[in-house]
Design a protein around this ligand. Structure first.
Ligand code: C5P
Length: 319
């Protein structure tokens, strides 16, 4: 538990991780699988408001629209939904919930509060059935990584988890965002199942995030961290928070910044224990959380009183 407090009150550092996780970070840094070549600044912490503005400025949500090669040549303009994600819901949601899948949300009793928001974002294969008391049962948007689409074990085509919601998929592309390279060798092949799904369920809103968007988010995290962060895309959780910041006036994030219930239990819906799920190995999670914890404007004003949620009161829309 002391880790939580050291972690979220000061700046984060790789030294806070266990030797095993430190080694994992080192290995990912030297592998640099996605060819990251960061040329921007690396600055110390900004104030919450400044960082929030930077994030809003630099993290405009972008999804594949079929206008770029190779997608344009392959007829993707007719494959992607006609309405862009940003316009799908007409106006912005008032208040939104981002429900991370952390084991620490178990026994939180937060379900009712989560469902009271105008929109609820969930991740990957995280269920609500059987966990309603702690996580609620409303799902507006589900972010899924490419493994969900590519790995038959997730039953993407038949599971009710992926029905009656807006789907937003993503896959790690090279840092240089070469769409040809990405299309011919994605991390997991999400393109074929995506096209199939669009054909079978054309009415269901289903988008693929543009890799440019993903790496822009990574740049913001690295730009606000002095240490070299893992050269891998941010976690779905971070991507989801940024996505909801553009769709909602207010974003409430559940169990991303660990609460007093922090645990090594990876997911609330699985009996699997690994601190990497909360602190990161492949994803630069520790640094993501370091950045997000600075955004807690309410905490800046009132001190660290709450133990479970992080609320981002966002500035009113500028347009
Ligand atoms: O594991 P998965 O990516 O499906 O979980 C969704 C998101 O929830 C993660 O990307 C991460 O941001 C967050 N999470 C967390 N701590 C955990 C498990 C998940 O912060 N123990």
């Amino acid at each position: 538990k002391s880790v939580v407090h050291r972690l979220w009150k000061g700046s984060v550092s790789v030294g806070m991780l266990s030797p095993r996780l430190q080694r994992a970070v080192k290995d990912y840094l030297s592998a640099n699988k996605h060819g990251v070549a960061y040329k921007g600044r690396r600055s110390a912490r900004q104030k919450g408001k400044q960082l929030l503005c930077e994030m809003k400025r630099k993290s405009r949500v972008r999804t594949l629209d079929g206008a770029e090669l190779p997608f344009s040549k392959l007829g993707w303009k007719r494959i992607v939904p006609a309405s862009p994600l940003q316009q799908l819901y007409g106006s912005r949601f008032g208040s939104c919930a981002v429900v991370t899948s952390a084991g620490a949300i178990l026994h939180s009793g937060l379900g009712k509060e989560i469902d009271s928001h105008d929109a609820v974002l969930r991740f990957n294969s995280a269920p609500t059935e059987g966990y309603e008391r702690d996580v609620g049962n409303k799902t507006t948007i589900r972010i899924i990584n490419s493994q969900i689409l590519a790995n038959p074990g997730y039953h993407f085509n038949t599971s009710s988890l992926y029905k009656n919601v807006t789907l937003v998929a993503w896959d790690p592309a090279p840092y240089a965002v070469n769409l040809h390279k990405w299309y011919s060798s994605p991390d997991y092949n999400l393109f074929t199942p995506y096209i199939e799904h669009r054909k079978h369920f054309p009415a269901q809103p289903f988008y693929i995030l543009h890799p440019k968007f993903i790496w822009q988010l990574w740049d913001v995290i690295q730009g606000n961290t002095l240490e070299n962060i893992q050269p891998n895309p941010p976690s779905s959780g971070f991507i989801g928070i940024m996505l909801m910041m553009s769709l909602c006036e207010e974003v409430h994030v559940y169990e991303y910044i660990p609460s007093l219930r922090q645990t090594d239990l990876c997911h609330y819906h699985e009996r699997y224990y690994d601190a990497a799920c909360t602190l990161g190995a492949y994803h630069p999670l520790l640094y993501e959380k370091g950045a997000i914890s600075i955004l807690d404007l309410a905490e800046e004003a009132h001190g660290p009183s709450r133990d479970t949620r992080l609320s981002l009161g966002l500035a009113p829309p500028t347009t």
